[in-house]
Design a protein around this ligand. Structure first.
Ligand code: DAH
Length: 343
């Protein structure tokens, strides 16, 4: 074989290899084909064995022809790998495509149980006024629930509380007021607390549940008067029911406050004109309040000649029912999502 023939054979080999590479379907096959031509025992190397037979002056030319052939094959190999990678990517993009025009699934973001929402709002308003949250036990001693709150044994006011008594002499607390006493035992004035929690009474109808929720407030300091109580409750009513909401205090009786009052807010449905919700009175009763009775201070170890204070207590269910127009208290406790999802 002379050098011209060798050049011809190398060109043929190159185009044969290029054609081969164009047909391979994956990377492994491309490598195999490339090695078949360019490997140590590949076709190009095999062909170049004739180099030894060529005259010296032709060897350089033969070597250049061999390099051109190898480069052509290498280039075809690289291009094929690029093509295969591109192809694979395109296939994956098609296979993994997301249709972003499909409408999304609606996620349900819960704001919590309607009672918790009201409780959270109420606590938030008093927290802004500097009140701290205090808690007490639901299984309570007679002392904290009644005696220290100035309900003497056999006092008729105990009757109003429909108490669940436990066999060990303790009871399920009938109100959050015992937290007043526990707090005054534990801390020196000035005291400013708000106490949310569950309370229990043996009572059940459209507006009464054997378990319900109250929020208690207590403020004790030097020089506290009924005016402070009224100002505080007015601020609360305006924040919770809307600016300009008036309140009124009606004389009442609680053993642990003197004087005591029932507190009404101007009906937020009719603005005070009179409607079905407020039974045409223009007012809604929302809480009980009063000045802490000196007997309660004495039981709690606070000197009533130095300190005075006010307390108030409200029912969370009642406020939630008024605000949301709910007429059956049992709705809160049935866990019916058709009801709960409306809030
Ligand atoms: N504890 C009373 C009840 O459950 C509500 C109450 C009235 C709380 C007057 C108070 C208050 O702190 O001053 O009926």
């Amino acid at each position: 074989m002379n050098v011209e023939e060798l050049e011809g054979r190398l060109t043929e080999l190159a185009s044969e290899a290029v054609a081969h590479l164009a047909e391979v379907a994956d990377r492994e096959n491309a490598i195999q084909v490339k090695n078949r031509y360019l490997g140590r025992k590949g076709s190009v190397q095999e062909l170049m064995a004739v180099l030894r037979e060529l005259p010296h002056e032709d060897r350089r030319r033969a070597g250049q022809a061999s390099n051109r052939c190898k480069e052509a094959i290498e280039e075809a190999f690289r291009e094929r790998l690029d093509d295969l990678a591109r192809q694979e990517l395109e296939e994956r993009m098609v296979a993994e495509a997301l249709d972003v025009t499909l409408p999304g699934r609606r996620s349900t973001l819960s704001l919590g149980h309607p009672l918790r929402q009201v409780e959270r709002d109420l606590i938030g308003i008093f927290a802004e006024m500097g009140y701290e949250v205090a808690e007490g036990p639901e299984i309570e001693e007679d002392y904290y629930n009644f005696e220290a709150l100035n309900f003497p044994p056999d006092h008729p006011a105990r009757d109003m509380q429909d108490t669940f008594l436990l066999t060990d002499g303790r009871l399920l607390r009938t109100h959050t007021s015992p937290v007043q006493v526990r707090t005054m035992h534990a801390y020196e004035p000035p005291i400013r607390i708000i106490s949310p929690g569950r309370v229990y009474r043996c009572d059940s109808d459209l507006t009464h549940s054997p378990v319900f929720h109250q929020i208690e407030g207590l403020l004790v300091d030097r020089g506290i008067t009924l005016a402070h109580l009224k100002g505080t409750l007015t601020t609360f009513a305006e924040r919770f029911f809307g600016a300009g909401t008036a309140i009124r205090l009606r004389p009442s009786y609680f053993p642990f406050t003197e004087p005591s009052a029932e507190v009404d807010v101007e009906c937020f449905f009719c603005g005070g004109d009179g409607c079905r919700v407020c039974s045409q009175t223009g007012w809604l009763e929302i809480l009980g309040a009063g000045m802490v009775d000196p007997n309660v201070f004495e039981a709690a170890g606070i000197d009533p000649d130095v300190y005075s204070g006010f307390a108030f207590g409200l029912g969370v269910e009642r406020i939630a029912m008024l605000k949301q127009g709910i007429n059956d208290i049992r709705r809160f406790f049935e866990n019916d999502l058709r009801f709960l999802d409306q809030f």
